[in-house]
Design a protein around this ligand. Structure first.
Ligand SMILES: NC(=O)c1ccc[n+]([C@@H]2O[C@H](COP(=O)([O-])OP(=O)(O)OC[C@H]3O[C@@H](n4cnc5c(N)ncnc54)[C@H](O)[C@@H]3O)[C@@H](O)[C@H]2O)c1
Length: 351
C-alpha cells in the first residue's frame, strides 16, 4: 500500500483524488499541500484528507510519503519533483514536467540518484484502445504507418488566462502546444516512434498573452512516415483527432478531453469498417487508468511507462517545434544538443 500526498489542490486536483479513490486499498491519501492555505483546507475537508500543509518541506518531513502527486502550476514542477525525489518519494508530476531538455536531464540525474521513479501525466496512452493500437503497429498487422494527422483544436476565452500562471512563458512553460497539444503529440510519438525533423509556425491570435495559441508543424519520422500537427486554443468547434493512415488501414480517435474505446474507428480501403477486433470497452484513456498502471509498475519494481526516455520524447519534439517556429528553419532531432540554446530554454533565450 502506497502512502500518497498531493501537492497543489486546484482545478485538476480532484481528478487525481478520483484516480486515487479508484485504486482502492492500494493507496492511502494521507496529506495535501497548498501554499494558499484556505484553498488547501477547503479541499482537504471536501475530500476527507487527514492532513493539510502550507509547504512541501514540512509535509515531506512529517509524512514521509511513498508517492507524491504534483498538481501545481507548471513553473513549479521541476523544483518540487527534485525536492520529493530527494526526500525518498516516487513522483507522478502533472504535465508539462519542466522548462527545457537541460532541466529534464537534471531531473533524470536526480531520479537516478534517489533510487525512486519520476513519471509524468500522459493519460492518453493508457486507454485500452491506444494500447491495442500500439501493439498492432508493433506487430505490423496493418502495414507501415505512412501519414499521421494530429489535431488538438480547443477553444479558450480570456477568462481562462485570468489564473495567475496561464499565458506567461515563465509560469506556464509554453502555450497551447505545451499545455494542450502535448497529450495527443505524446500519443502520436509513442505510436510512431522516433521523429527526425520538424518545420513549424506559431501565432498568438486575439488575446494579450505571451505564449502561442496556435502552432502548426510538419514532421518526418525516422521510419519515413510524415505527419501534420495542429495545436489551437482558438477553435470554436473543439476536437481532438489523431488519424494514422497505414498501408492497410486507417486507425483514428476523435474525442475531446478523454476517449472511450467507442471513440476509435478502424477502416480498411474502400471505407470498410473493421468490426472484428475485441478491445476492452471499460478502460478509457484517463488518469485513473494511468494511476492504476503506475501502481502496477511500483509494485512490480519496474519503471513506469511514462518515465525516462518515454517522458522526454515529447519535450524533445516540442523543443524542436518551438525552435523551428522561432527560427523559420527545419530542425533535426540531432540538433537538440547542449550547444543549442533551445536545449536550455524553449524560447532560445538565456535563462
Ligand atoms: N493531465 C491533464 O489532462 C490536465 C488537465 C488540467 C490541468 N493539468 C495540469 O495540472 C496542473 C494544475 O492545473 P490546475 O488547472 O489544477 O491549476 P490551478 O491554478 O487551478 O491549481 C494550482 C494550485 O496549486 C497551488 N500552488 C501553487 N504553487 C504551489 C506550491 N509551490 N506548492 C503547493 N501548492 C501550490 C495554487 O495555490 C493552486 O491552488 C498544471 O500543470 C496543468 O497543466 C493537467
Amino acid at each position: 500500500m502506497q502512502r500518497v500526498a498531493l501537492i497543489g489542490t486546484g482545478a485538476f486536483a480532484s481528478t487525481h483524488v478520483e484516480a486515487l479513490h479508484a485504486a482502492g486499498e492500494r493507496v492511502r491519501l494521507v496529506a495535501a499541500v497548498n501554499t494558499d492555505v484556505a484553498r488547501g483546507q477547503a479541499f482537504c475537508q471536501q475530500h476527507g484528507i487527514p492532513a493539510c500543509y502550507a509547504d512541501t518541506a514540512t509535509m515531506l518531513h512529517a509524512e514521509q510519503p511513498d508517492l507524491v502527486h504534483i498538481c501545481t502550476p507548471p513553473g513549479t514542477h521541476a523544483a518540487l519533483s527534485m525536492q520529493c525525489l530527494a526526500a525518498g518519494a516516487h513522483v507522478l508530476c502533472e504535465k508539462p514536467l519542466c522548462a527545457s531538455l537541460a532541466e529534464f536531464d537534471r531531473l533524470l540525474a536526480a531520479e537516478a540518484a534517489s533510487g525512486r521513479t519520476l513519471s509524468t501525466v500522459f493519460q492518453w496512452r493508457f486507454g485500452a484502445a491506444a494500447q491495442f493500437v500500439q501493439r498492432l503497429l508493433h506487430t505490423g498487422e496493418v502495414g507501415r504507418p505512412l501519414l499521421a494527422t494530429c489535431h488538438t483544436l480547443w477553444y479558450r476565452e480570456m477568462d481562462y488566462y485570468a489564473v495567475p500562471w496561464r499565458g506567461q512563458w515563465a509560469a506556464s512553460l509554453g502555450g497551447t502546444t505545451m499545455g494542450h497539444g502535448i497529450h495527443l503529440m505524446d500519443l502520436l510519438l509513442w505510436l510512431l516512434g522516433d521523429w527526425q525533423e520538424v518545420q513549424a509556425i506559431m501565432r498568438t491570435f486575439e488575446h494579450p498573452i505571451e505564449v502561442e495559441n496556435v502552432s502548426l508543424a510538419l514532421v518526418t519520422f525516422a521510419s519515413g512516415a510524415v505527419g501534420s500537427i495542429a495545436n489551437s486554443a482558438v477553435s470554436p468547434r473543439q476536437e481532438t483527432h489523431l488519424r494514422l493512415d497505414c498501408q492497410q488501414a486507417t486507425l483514428e480517435v476523435k474525442a475531446l478531453y478523454r476517449y472511450d474505446t467507442s471513440d476509435w474507428a478502424f477502416t480498411l480501403p474502400g471505407d470498410v469498417p473493421i468490426t472484428g477486433w475485441r478491445i476492452p470497452q471499460d478502460q478509457p484513456g484517463t488518469l485513473t487508468a494511468q494511476v492504476a498502471a503506475l501502481l502496477d509498475s511500483l509494485e512490480a519494481g519496474q519503471p513506469p511507462l511514462v518515465s525516462g526516455w518515454e517522458a522526454r520524447r515529447v519535450l524533445e519534439f516540442i523543443t524542436g517545434l518551438y525552435q523551428a517556429a522561432r527560427t523559420g528553419s527545419v530542425v533535426r532531432r540531432a540538433d537538440l544538443t547542449p550547444d543549442n540554446p533551445f536545449y536550455h530554454s524553449l524560447t532560445g533565450q538565456p535563462v
